[in-house]
Design a protein around this ligand. Structure first.
Ligand code: ATR
Length: 281
């Protein structure tokens, strides 16, 4: 019996058990995936005792992603760059940490738009500079484009992101002010909202897409609602849209593969399980 978990505080709203539980059932594995609530003061002890607790590994969520980064013995290059760990596993007794949000974002783009999604993208415009924006930028840095622009209400955070993630080779990484946002829209082949604007009970992200390139892709990391006002507006302008639910599903794939030794698929059946949950049924 292989055991995995998601740890957070609070943890009851996590949808990860639904995703991994679906795959365990679908693949007929002798495995389990449980929710564990661990307060910050006890997190390090929890993470360093996985072997004793019989776990192969698990997911780490709010507020522990930075603490997990600091606690693991080894990190993937992606996790190193992003500065946060959301997936851990034991390999020959060594605790490893990865950040699968970057790959989750890109894999969802591929599944939604097609493998050549980047062909029409010279410049990506990333709105927001929090943890999610860091993962998106880290993912895009491995894609073929010329430039990634990062815009945030608090410009200093966009500057810090650029400073932390900048590297030789790959796309140029540039920060810009919130006021510059309207003027940047026509330059972008990919526009990504990583802010909380547009979430249920939050104001929408007010962005005029009438000047967007006709072949632009608009992605939103938000999945509640499934289609934000930004995505509805993008659709009205005939743009290609990518919702946030797919990223949630795709980021779960690498962890499952590590713990259970089988790479699962993101299918309409899995999506239906999460949609049912989101709609409260
Ligand atoms: P996450 O881990 O999901 O990225 P986060 O680190 O709290 O969450 O980041 C939230 C992002 O949403 C930030 O970029 C934040 O902008 P600030 O850095 O200026 O706070 C952005 N955000 C939240 N509310 C916003 C608002 N009302 N207007 C503009 N940006 C907002």
């Amino acid at each position: 019996m292989i055991k995995a978990f998601v740890v957070g505080h609070p943890i009851r709203h996590s949808r990860s058990p639904l995703i991994h539980g679906h795959w365990i059932g679908e693949l007929g594995l002798a495995g389990s995936y449980e929710r564990i609530d661990v307060p910050p003061a006890e997190f390090k002890d929890f993470l360093t005792s996985l072997s004793a607790r019989g776990f192969a590994g698990g997911n780490v969520t709010i507020p522990h992603k930075e603490a997990a980064f600091a606690t693991v013995a080894r990190r993937t290059a992606r996790a190193e760059r992003i500065g946060a760990v959301n997936t851990v596993w034991l390999e020959d007794g060594v605790l490893w940490g990865d950040n699968t949000d970057a790959a989750g974002f890109v894999d969802n783009l591929v599944q939604s738009v097609g493998t050549n999604w980047a062909a029409s993208v010279d410049t990506a415009l990333v709105i927001g500079a929090g943890g999610a924006a860091r993962a998106v930028v880290a993912g895009l840095q491995d894609c073929a484009m010329r430039r990634i622009l990062v815009v945030n209400r608090t410009t200093g955070k966009a500057d810090a992101l650029v400073q932390d993630l900048a590297r030789e080779g790959g796309p140029a990484l540039v920060s810009a002010t919130w006021e510059a946002l309207p003027a940047l829209v026509p330059q972008a082949g990919l526009i990504v909202n990583t802010t909380s604007l547009g979430m249920t009970r939050q104001p929408p992200l007010d962005l005029d897409l009438s000047s967007a390139k006709h072949d632009a892709i608009v992605a939103d990391l938000i999945y509640a609602p499934l289609k934000t006002a930004l995505l509805r507006d993008a659709e009205k302008h005939g743009l290609r849209i990518v919702g946030g639910l797919g990223m949630l599903l795709h980021q779960a794939v690498p962890g499952f593969a590590r713990w259970f030794g089988v790479t699962p698929q993101v299918t309409p059946a899995l999506e239906a399980v999460i949609l049912r949950d989101l709609s409260g049924n």
